[in-house]
Design a protein around this ligand. Structure first.
Ligand SMILES: NC(=O)c1ccc[n+]([C@@H]2O[C@H](COP(=O)([O-])OP(=O)(O)OC[C@H]3O[C@@H](n4cnc5c(N)ncnc54)[C@H](OP(=O)(O)O)[C@@H]3O)[C@@H](O)[C@H]2O)c1
Length: 380
C-alpha cells in the first residue's frame, strides 16, 4: 500500500502531539513567541545569553541571543543557571505544540540548577543569595539567569554536583506525584513488595522511577528500545528488562509476574495500543498510571475488566499545577527522595552535558532516543 506524503506528514504531526496531554493551545500556524532579542555580542552589559527560538520548527530555529535578565517577582528567586535539564516537552514547545502556561517565560527549559542571585519580595527565607539550588520552572531554563518560585526550589542533594542537579527536579517530582504521593487516606500508589512495570525505562522519568521504586522495596521490570538499554536497566536494578522492538514484552511481563499473581502498578508514557495490554496484565487492585501518550491518547476500555479486577486507571501532568501543589511535592521529594540520593540508593543518570550553544544538537539526540537518562545544557 502506498501512503501519500500528506498522510505521512499528518501521522508524524499527530505522533508528536501525542507525546503530551493535553495538546498545546498553539497550532503550528499560530504566531511564534516573541522575545525582545538583540543579536548576541560579548560586549553588552546587563544582558544574558539565552537559547531563543526564531519561529517554530526543527532545531534550526534555535539561536543564541541576548536579552535582559528577568526580575524575580513576589515569592520568586533569580537563579544564575549552571545547567538546565532537557525534557521531551521542550521539543514539542519548539515545534509549536506545547505552549508554556500563561505568565511563564517563553524561553525553553523546565528545570535548572544554579546559585541564587537575587531574592524577590516575600521569597522563602530559607533561600539566600549564593545558595546552590535546583528548581522546577514553568519555562525560561535555557538561559544564564532564570526565575523560579521559591516554593519550587530544592537544595542540591549530598553527593550530587551543581551541574548534575539540573537532571533532578522534573523527574523527581513527576515520579513522586505518580507513584509515592499519598492521597487523602494516606495511601501511595506503589507499595514495598509489589511488582512495578516501567514503560520507557531509560527515559529521564524512567531511570528515576526504577531506582526510587527499588529503593522503596518494589520488584521492578522495564521496557526499552535496544539490548544495550536493557543491559543498562538490569544494572540499574530491574529484575527484568525487555526490548520492546524485538520481544513480546506483555507476554514476558505476565510470565515475570506469574509467581506472585500479577503486575500491581504500571507507569506508562505510551498508551494507545499498549492500553489494552496493560489492563490485561494488571492483577486485582492494579494501578495503571499515565504521564504521556506517545501511541495515542484515545483508547477503548471494557469497564467489565475494571470492575472485575477493581483497577485504578489514572494519570497526571505537572507543569500547569498551581505553585502550592508543587511546593507540597517539593517538600515530599526533599524529605523522602533526597536522602535516598544522598545514601547512593538513587543516582543521577546523565547521558551527556553540552554547552548551551549546542542546544540543537542536544535536542536532536533526545529526538533520536539514543540517550540514556538525562541530557543537560551547560550555561558556563
Ligand atoms: N505528565 C507529566 O507530569 C510529565 C512530566 C515529565 C515528562 N512527561 C512526558 O513524559 C515523556 C517522557 O519524558 P522524558 O523527558 O523522560 O523523555 P525521554 O527521556 O526522551 O523519554 C522518552 C523515551 O521513551 C522511549 N520510548 C519510545 N517509545 C516507546 C515504547 N513504545 N515503549 C517503551 N518506551 C518507548 C524512548 O526510548 P527507547 O529507545 O527505549 O524507545 C525514549 O527514550 C514525555 O512525553 C514528556 O512530555 C510528562
Amino acid at each position: 500500500m502506498t501512503v501519500s506524503r500528506s498522510t505521512n506528514d499528518r501521522a508524524s504531526e499527530q505522533k508528536q502531539e501525542n507525546w503530551i496531554f493535553p495538546p498545546g493551545r498553539w497550532g503550528v500556524s499560530d504566531a511564534p513567541p516573541r522575545f525582545s532579542v538583540r543579536p548576541y555580542s560579548e560586549s553588552m552589559n546587563n544582558a544574558m545569553r539565552i537559547v531563543a527560538m526564531e519561529g517554530f520548527g526543527g532545531t534550526d530555529v534555535l539561536r543564541m541571543a541576548e536579552v535582559e535578565p528577568p526580575k524575580p517577582g513576589a515569592g520568586e528567586l533569580l537563579i544564575q543557571v549552571a545547567a538546565a535539564g532537557l525534557n521531551r516537552a521542550d521539543i514539542l514547545q519548539r515545534q509549536g505544540h506545547y505552549p508554556p502556561p500563561p505568565g511563564a517565560s517563553e524561553v525553553l527549559g523546565m528545570e535548572v540548577s544554579g546559585t541564587v542571585a537575587e531574592r524577590g519580595p516575600g521569597a522563602d527565607e530559607r533561600w539566600q543569595i549564593g545558595d546552590a539550588v535546583c528548581a522546577l520552572v514553568p519555562g525560561g531554563g535555557y538561559a544564564e539567569f532564570c526565575v523560579a518560585h521559591s516554593g519550587c526550589c530544592l537544595p542540591v542533594p549530598t553527593g550530587v554536583t551543581l551541574e548534575q542537579a539540573a537532571a533532578l527536579p522534573e523527574a523527581a517530582m513527576t515520579v513522586w506525584a505518580n507513584l509515592f504521593a499519598t492521597d487523602a487516606r494516606n495511601t501511595p500508589r506503589l507499595f514495598a513488595g509489589e511488582r512495578f512495570l516501567m514503560q520507557g525505562g531509560t527515559s529521564g522519568i524512567g531511570v528515576m522511577a526504577i531506582q526510587a521504586a527499588r529503593a522503596r522495596g518494589a520488584h521492578v521490570a522495564a521496557t526499552a528500545g535496544s539490548e544495550e538499554k536493557c543491559r543498562f536497566l538490569r544494572e540499574l536494578g530491574c529484575e527484568r528488562a525487555w526490548n520492546y522492538r524485538e520481544q513480546d514484552w506483555a507476554a514476558a511481563a505476565a510470565e515475570w509476574a506469574a509467581g506472585s499473581g500479577a503486575v500491581d502498578v504500571i507507569l506508562d508514557m505510551v498508551a494507545g495500543d499498549y492500553f489494552a495490554k496493560h489492563v490485561e496484565l494488571l492483577g486485582v487492585g492494579g494501578r495503571l498510571i499515565h504521564f504521556a501518550t506517545a501511541h495515542g491518547a484515545e483508547v477503548q476500555l471494557d469497564l467489565r475488566n475494571v470492575m472485575r479486577k477493581r483497577l485504578t486507571v489514572t494519570g497526571s501532568t505537572l507543569r500547569s499545577r498551581p505553585v502550592e501543589e508543587k511546593r507540597r511535592l517539593r517538600d515530599a521529594v526533599e524529605a523522602e527522595l533526597w536522602p535516598l540520593i544522598a545514601q547512593g540508593k538513587v543516582r543521577v543518570v546523565v547521558d551527556r552535558a553540552l554547552p548551551m550553544a549546542q542546544a540543537g544538537e542536544a535536542q536532536r539526540r533526545m529526538e533520536s532516543s539514543a540517550h540514556i537518562g538525562k541530557i543537560l545544557l551547560r550555561m558556563a
